[in-house]
Ligand binder design. Structure first.
Ligand code: F58
Length: 791
């Protein structure tokens, strides 16, 4: 495509799609017009991919996920189509800033964290490897809340990504299904007819997802909820306007907002509704598409694979059985076996409180037929496995993990360690009965967004030393290795990092008014705020370091900038306390003249995909310090290492594999291992013992407790100190000394910039394996039996 073609298309859309001439166009008009011009270029490869899939009768993959944390889409599409230079030039020609156009796009924050972002990386990789696939999810009107700080406290505000124009989707009003809830079940022999008493319409919106180099495009189909009846005309005519609009408001509630957690009872009901809503609509759509090509439902497992992203779509098991058995008339056992051969399930957490369980009361009220089918599935499994002790139903609750396991032919963990722990803990008994079902598919990240686009400085250096397509074959990054001994290469590597740090410093100055020295070490922890991720370990170490710096300000300190970002679930009181504490500590330390050249702390608000893209390329040190055994994988850890940050981390999740790849010498390991963690918990007063043996830790906790960081409210953090001293389930105190010591080793290494940069370059060179293209190929081979379509 030539510059002239794109310019013509851009001006055409500006004029005919938005009725604007260039003189009067706002930046949003330009952004949406450019998006439509780019989207036009996706349509032909998209059609071609669909035709090739039908023509070759290829197996299709369906990725069901409550979350797709896709962020901005324009740059992705431009980069994958190879239109970066052309787009930059055209913007210059029409007199607009390309950067401003990109920055105008709101983040589509349709996810909470790693699970949702993984789904987005997978979409990119599925298209890149030309695997015929659909993502299915919910078109939330409001994504994850916006985070603001008021006096250091997190305040949540609704997010409004759809308030401007959204350019990427095609509305499909004809692709709509009625989804029922509640009501009763009329038994007719072995089968049953479910008569729901509430119905909503699921209506489809399609976003084409173009892969690297524009060769293949898949579809992300998101459902929005609409009422079956727009409004009650009778009531309206009686003047009851609010009541007349009620059915519409209630139906739309289902796709109104992404759940950041589910702490209230009402929230639980809505969440289960959301789960059934999108799963049922997706399955109906999948069967409809299958039946346009085939008539024998027994062939279903040969032609489709359905992936459940965590247990959120677990109702797919009983729903598919219901469709096959009740609706299509297949025998019950055969229906279960077909569903089983189609379904597979990814587990993302071992934390007991995060494993979904629904009360039978709730499930029976909302999905009465499904509850009955779950009981029959459970009975069937018990009959086929007479030695089993577990069951799906326990203490009047339906355990969605067990249901997913039993209904799936493959269950995967997201890192090697996590997969082993799954086998040993939550699914020990089911693994014993079905030893071939659990497989490992270590997570990955898309190199298009997480290296090529977010880090142009480093990418252009890599381009200069690797001539072949490293973006589509990320393991080729190992070709950098021989250059690491070349001083000129290493200088350029260091210069790229410094450039990214200067850019970040400017951003933090402009947005937060905090001045950061680009020569200081940028030490970054960005992720959801959770006790197991241990942001409090990091801030306590910061306090201890500050104390020592104050005591001895003329020692040979390595200047540091501690950067935090991340949101806490609105109902998670302790996590919100940690945010408040970090902000209080930041204010105190940043205003201390004694340490002003040595230490700065910045908590950047409203962490999202776009902010991550800015922070990761600028990091020197990546904090991956979860309590061993608790972080299923992590994916931020991979993004940092790829962009040349060194990791300080525990042997948890994918840290283990990152360390194996980059080499133990290029990784700062500390802390207890997963078995040591389990053992330590049974030591009486483990936290108190750790505090008593570390004066630094004792002093830091005492400072928090005494109100040193909250003078206006001295007991603000009394409960935090209390928790650390007497409970400390996540072993912050027990790991503190090892963490503090390792940080001082980090300081020493950083002073030798040549050594540091070599280590960083080895991290980039050796983390190509963590491309999500590799992960997707793993799923295709081990889980889906699906193939790339080669032209
Ligand atoms: C994350 N889970 C894991 N859950 O914590 C992380 O280790 C892993 O790398 C990642 O999945 C991808 O496998 C996660 O992000 C959620 O966001 C929940 C979704 C449902 C509401 C509560 C949070």
């Amino acid at each position: 495509m030539t510059d002239a073609d794109l310019r013509e298309s851009l001006l055409h859309h500006l004029k005919y799609s938005f009725g604007k001439d260039p003189e009067h166009a706002h930046i949003q008009d330009w952004r949406v017009a450019l998006s439509l011009a780019v989207r036009d270029r996706i349509v032909d490869p998209w059609f071609a991919a669909t035709r090739a899939t039908y023509a070759g009768k290829h197996k299709r993959v369906y990725y069901l996920s409550m979350e797709f944390l896709i962020g901005r889409l324009l740059e992705d599409a431009i980069v994958n189509l190879g239109l970066l230079e052309t787009s930059q030039k055209v913007c210059e020609e029409v007199g607009i800033s390309f950067e401003a156009v990109l920055a105008n796009e709101p983040d589509a924050a349709l996810g909470n964290g790693g699970l949702g972002r993984l789904a987005a990386c997978f979409l990119d990789s599925l298209s890149t490897v030309a695997c015929p696939a659909h993502g299915y999810g919910i078109r939330y009107e409001h994504g994850l809340f916006r985070q603001r700080f008021v006096d250091g406290r997190q305040v949540e505000e609704p997010e409004t990504w759809l308030s401007g124009r959204h350019a990427w989707e095609f509305e499909r009003p004809e692709a709509a299904f009625e989804i029922g809830f509640g009501g009763s079940v009329v038994e007719a022999g072995e089968r049953a007819v479910w008569q729901p008493d509430e119905r909503v319409i699921a209506s489809a919106h399609d976003t084409p997802i173009i892969g690297w180099q524009g060769k293949w495009a898949n579809t992300l189909r998101l459902w929005s909820a609409k009422p079956t009846r727009v409004f009650d005309l009778e009531r309206f005519n009686r003047g009851e306007y609010a009541a007349a609009a009620e059915p519409e408001a209630l139906a739309r509630t289902i796709s109104r907002v992404l759940y950041p957690d589910d702490t209230t009872e009402q929230g639980k009901m809505l969440r289960l509704k959301q789960e059934y809503f999108f799963t049922a609509a997706s399955l109906r759509d999948i069967l409809r598409r299958f039946l346009t090509e085939y008539d024998d439902l027994r062939k279903l497992p040969h032609k489709i694979a359905i992936q459940l992203n965590d247990t959120h779509p677990a109702i797919a098991g009983p729903e598919l059985v219901r469709l096959l058995h009740d609706d299509k008339g297949l025998d019950f056992e055969e229906s279960v076996d077909i569903a089983h051969a189609c379904l597979s399930y990814t587990n993302h957490t071992l934390l007991p409180e995060a494993l979904e369980r629904w009360s039978e009361g709730l499930m029976g009220a909302l999905l009465p037929r499904h509850l009955k089918l779950i009981e029959r599935i459970d009975d069937l499994h018990a009959r086929r496995n007479p030695t089993r002790k577990t069951s799906i139903l326990e203490h009047d609750h339906v355990k969605m993990g067990e249901l997913s396991f039993i209904m799936a032919h493959r269950i995967n963990g997201v890192s090697a360690l996590h997969t082993d722990l799954m086998k040993e803990t939550v699914f020990a008994e089911l693994n014993r009965l079905h030893p071939d079902r659990i497989v490992n598919e270590t997570n990955g990240v898309t190199p298009r967004r997480w290296l090529l686009s977010c880090n142009p400085a480093l990418s252009s250096l890599i381009d200069d030393v690797i001539e072949s397509d490293w973006v589509g074959h990320l393991d080729r990054l190992t070709e950098i290795e021989p250059h690491i001994d070349d001083a000129a290469f290493l200088d350029r590597y260091a210069a790229a990092k410094r450039q990214n740090k200067v850019d970040l410093a400017n951003f933090v100055r402009d947005t937060e008014g905090i001045l950061l020295d680009p020569d200081a070490m940028y030490d970054i922890q960005i992720k959801r705020i959770h006790e197991y991720k241990r942001q409090h370990l990091n801030i306590i170490e910061t306090i201890a370091l500050w104390h020592e710096m104050r005591e001895n300000p003329n020692a040979d300190w390595t200047p540091r900038v501690k950067i935090f970002a991340g949101k806490a679930a609105p109902g998670y009181v302790f996590a919100k306390k940690i945010i408040h504490l970090i902000n209080d500590v930041a204010r105190t330390i940043n205003s201390d003249p004694v340490t002003s050249k040595l230490l700065k702390v910045a908590y950047l608000p409203n962490y999202n995909v776009t902010l991550a893209e800015r922070l990761i390329p600028a990091a020197d040190l990546s904090e991956q310090i979860s309590t061993a055994g608790k972080e299923a994988s992590g994916t931020g850890n991979m993004k940092f290492a790829l962009n040349g940050a060194l990791t300080i981390g525990t042997l948890d999740g994918a840290n283990v594999e990152i360390r194996e790849h980059v080499g133990a010498d290029n990784f700062f390991l500390f802390g207890m291992t997963a078995p040591e963690v389990v053992a330590r918990r049974s030591v009486a007063e483990h936290a108190k013992k750790a505090i008593d043996s570390s004066p630094r830790l004792a002093e830091a906790i005492a400072a928090i407790e005494s109100g040193a960081f909250s003078p206006g409210e001295p007991d603000r953090y009394a409960d935090v100190a209390d928790n650390l001293r007497w409970s400390d389930y996540f072993l912050v105190c027990s790991d503190f000394a090892a963490y503090y010591d390792k940080q001082r080793e980090v300081d020493r290494v950083y002073q030798d910039q040549k050594t540091w940069m070599r280590m960083a370059a080895y991290n980039t060179a050796r983390t190509g394996w963590f491309s999500s293209d590799r992960t997707i190929r793993g799923y295709m081979n081990d889980v889906w039996a699906a193939h790339s379509v080669t032209s």
